[in-house]
Design a protein around this ligand. Structure first.
Ligand code: TGC
Ligand code: FAD
Length: 405
């Protein structure tokens, strides 16, 4: 999109975002001044720079590439990682708050940030060599570089252990072959953290750079969901990569699964943001829209929907606030994270569907964000572990019996 077209969009849509966050139980009282300050500055950025353009990019099914540097400059990439690598040095609650504000605008924009922070920067930070950290983290934090995370394959989604992407050794290089599918950010990524089997059949992380011969990133087209986020494949055809690009700190599936803990945590906060935006939009509409000579918000059936939405939002707020505390103290378990991801995406999807109905015909248009949130959440409920996979992770925690075997 040309800069003239962008300016035109800003002119037309400036000031239209009237979002007010629900806080029925005074949960803001549990946040620090710094957390509240960061939230209001991200919210201001979203209202000023993202809300006016996001619907248009989603309608075009185009990734607003120019926002990568903006997200870097507001500290949305790896805010929970240490400042010595150019990252935010903040706590996990702050990370969650930032994801919530971004997904309040659009799940695809949160995806861009959470893939970069939790699935690209985090593995480099946690499992990378000092040289890898110094080389990549500052550029990823600033948005000078965009990254993606390749775990899922065409035939191995919920069961990544079955992956067939693999490498062999060739002196001080490796040769990588295989393919990854459904990869967020792939078409624009400068680097990919790719999980592949080594010659012993064990999973290892490899940093693959755009431009390496044999590496391509075809775009996935025809999505009805996450249309403002770019999704693609990663194809490796005899890609020759220096051994120094292997993440030395982890061998085995626990490597990628550890990264997923951080990303799923961010999604639990993020999806709640989408839910809050749907609730806030439906509430305002119900007070403005008149039928049968009164605001539709005066009808009991509409009030039931709003009351149930607010109840679910409030429960979900408490869930992520407490999970944030556990994350900050290094005590959160994968099953606790699964519960929050599963619950908060589920309630968000239900709230989006109910809110859509409350707007009647207007609910299906791009004049309001609800239908876009609803379609986005259909991906969010599937990626980072499907709704049912998280139920089975919880079931295993409860019973000690593994349903995957
Ligand atoms: P299993 O045998 O249970 O475990 C293998 C090893 O991993 C360890 N582990 C974990 N470690 C850290 N965190 C976790 N959450 C972990 N879960 C398991 C485990 O202790 C074991 O370690 P070790 O030392 O004994 O080897 O593994 P399994 O093959 O039976 O699979 C379990 C299952 C099904 C839960 C797992 O495969 C799973 O979570 N599947 C879902 C796949 C998934 O979530 N894919 C996400 C792809 S990335 C994505 O969607 C990004 S979207 C981004 C966006 O746009 O926002
Ligand atoms: P499948 O695993 O084939 O599952 C199909 C159905 O079977 C699901 O309902 C599932 O719950 C069910 N099922 C599977 N196993 C069981 C079982 N044992 N018991 C009961 N039911 C089961 N991946 C990445 O690696 N990186 C990314 O950046 C990324 N971004 C994505 C972006 C989008 C827009 C989407 C849609 C996906 C993305 N993914 C990414 C992939 C995502 O993680 C997978 O789609 C997800 O893990 C599910 O895998 P699958 O699609 O192959 O479904």
């Amino acid at each position: 999109m040309s800069s003239n077209e962008l300016n035109d969009l800003f002119e037309r849509n400036r000031g239209k975002d009237r979002y007010t966050q629900p806080d029925f139980y005074g949960i803001d009282d549990l946040l620090t001044e710094e957390q509240l300050l960061i939230r209001s500055s991200v919210r201001e950025y979203v209202k000023r720079d993202l809300s006016p353009i996001v619907e248009h990019f989603a309608q075009l099914s185009e990734f607003p590439q120019h926002i990568v540097k903006e997200l870097g400059s507001i500290g949305a990439f790896g805010p929970q990682l240490p400042a010595e690598y150019g990252c935010g040095g903040m706590d996990y609650t702050t990370y969650g708050i930032i994801m919530q504000e971004l997904e309040r605008c659009d799940s695809g924009i949160r995806s861009t940030a959470s893939v970069q922070g939790s699935l690209v920067m985090y593995p480099i930070f946690k499992f990378g060599s000092e040289e890898q950290k110094r080389k990549y983290l500052p550029k990823l934090a600033s948005g000078e570089m965009l990254g993606c995370f390749g775990l899922t394959e065409p035939d191995h989604g919920s069961n990544p252990a079955g992956m067939t992407t693999h490498f062999i050794e060739d002196g001080d290089h490796i040769i990588l072959n295989g393919a990854k599918m459904w990869i967020s950010n792939a078409p624009f990524a400068d680097v990919a953290v790719v999980w592949a089997k080594n010659p012993e059949g064990k999973v290892q992380g490899v940093i693959v750079e755009r431009g390496m011969p044999g590496f391509s990133t075809p775009t996935t087209h025809n999505k009805w969901s996450l249309r403002a986020s770019a999704t693609g494949e990663l194809v490796f055809d005899q890609v020759r990569i220096p051994k120094s690009n292997i993440l030395p700190g982890v061998v085995g599936l626990k490597g990628p699964l550890t990264c997923l803990n951080s990303a799923r945590y961010g999604i639990a906060w993020g999806a709640l943001g989408a839910a809050m935006d749907c609730y806030d939009t439906a509430k305002r509409y119900s007070l403005e829209r008149q039928q049968f000579n009164k605001p539709i918000g005066g009808f009991q059936l509409q009030q039931k929907k709003l009351a149930e939405m607010l109840t679910e939002i409030t429960k979900a707020q408490l869930l992520v606030w407490r999970l944030g505390q556990l994350m900050d103290h290094g005590k959160a378990t994968p099953a606790q994270i699964s519960m929050a991801k599963r619950n908060n995406v589920d309630i968000a999807l239900n709230i989006a569907r109910e809110a859509r109905q409350m707007l009647g015909g207007m609910g299906i248009t791009g004049e309001y964000p609800i239908m876009r949130h609803m379609m986005n959440l259909e991906s969010v409920v599937t990626y980072e572990g499907t709704h049912d996979i998280h139920l089975l992770i919880l079931g295993m925690e409860i019973t000690g019996l593994n349903a995957f075997e």
